[in-house]
Design a protein around this ligand. Structure first.
Ligand code: BG6
Length: 303
């Protein structure tokens, strides 16, 4: 039996969930629950690439130029950054991949369950020789995603080290927007942020965030709900975070989009990353035997 057939025999739910060989022959779970929503999650990176409540437009953005390879992250959807965010600050491990290794590992399906109003997929990843060579920590990660009228993503980390383990993480969500130059992001006013486009200088946010140039910011100590108001798509995207002290806002704008091989030159106006994170000064230091769960809950409503 092929891997896909065997996964289907264990996890498919007739009329709602199937495992398919998708882009790049990577295994993906397709969800289509009539009256509720549709969605897709790849085992590669435990990466959600689509979610659409029935009757609404697709909420997540996915690049037409994304690569679909075992050793590359998918461009769009929700990459998981773990156990570091951005380039790793380490001379000891010079070959560390950007944003950690979790987004390029094959995760395992633990369970898929159905309720009248949702489908929940649980995927897991454990340390192996390749992760230990980069990050010598015995660990267990679980990404539990509930597809319903809302999208709820919950990333759980536990480790078996004897001492506290510092780490960073993000659910690096790419949202589909009509025109990024027209959107307003509320919920971050008054916060201090690190401006990665300006030599990592710290600045204060006054009022809503708007995008009029390359934007790459880590908003610190931000736990309130965030709303993206999109007058072109005429919708609001509401983002609630749990156990996530940082919020990253990113749009590459023109030159950086052109420089990325897996990002279309003309795609940047149509995406906006608002990322649930614990990064930089908001990194976590997790004591032994202490589960840590970071979560994002997303809902859409008309504007
Ligand atoms: C953002 C970072 O979260 O991710 C940016 O703040 C980075 O600095 C962006 O450019 C995309 O990263 P990557 O590795 O997916 O190209």
């Amino acid at each position: 039996m092929s891997d896909i057939a065997s996964l289907n025999s264990r996890f498919a739910i007739p009329g709602a969930v199937s495992v398919v060989s998708s882009n790049g022959n990577l295994p993906a779970i397709h969800i289509n629950k009539p009256g509720l929503c549709s969605g897709t999650i790849y085992l590669h990176g435990a990466h959600v690439t689509a979610w659409k409540p029935e009757g609404a437009e697709e909420v997540l953005w996915l690049s037409q130029k994304s690569g679909w390879q075992n050793d590359k992250p998918i461009r769009g959807g929700v990459p998981l950054c773990f156990p570091w965010f951005g380039p790793r600050n380490s001379t000891e491990y010079p070959n560390s991949p950007m944003h950690g290794f979790a987004r390029t590992k094959p995760w395992s399906i633990e369970s898929i369950s159905e309720s009248p109003t949702s489908i929940t997929v649980s995927l897991s990843l454990q340390n192996d020789a390749s992760t230990m060579a980069l990050w010598p920590v015995p660990f267990m990660l679980r990404h539990r995603i509930t597809f319903s009228r809302e999208l709820i993503m919950s990333l759980e980390f536990t480790h078996a080290a004897k001492t506290p383990i510092p780490f960073e993480e993000a659910q690096h969500t790419y949202f589909a927007v009509g025109d990024v130059r027209e959107v307003k992001i509320s919920g971050l006013s008054g916060a201090r942020y690190i401006d990665k486009t300006d030599n990592f200088n710290e600045k204060d946010q006054a009022g809503d965030v708007t995008i009029s140039a390359e934007t790459d910011r880590v908003y610190l100590n931000t736990t309130s709900a965030i709303t993206i108001s999109d007058p072109v798509k005429r919708r609001r995207i509401n983002i609630q975070k749990e156990n996530a002290d940082a919020t990253v806002v990113w749009n590459p704008w023109i030159a950086k989009a052109k420089a990325m091989p897996d990002f279309g030159d003309e795609e940047w106006p149509h995406m906006l990353c608002v990322e649930t994170a614990n990064a930089g000064p908001n990194a976590v230091n997790l004591a032994p035997n202490q589960p840590h769960v970071m979560a994002t809950r997303i809902a859409v409503s008309p504007l």
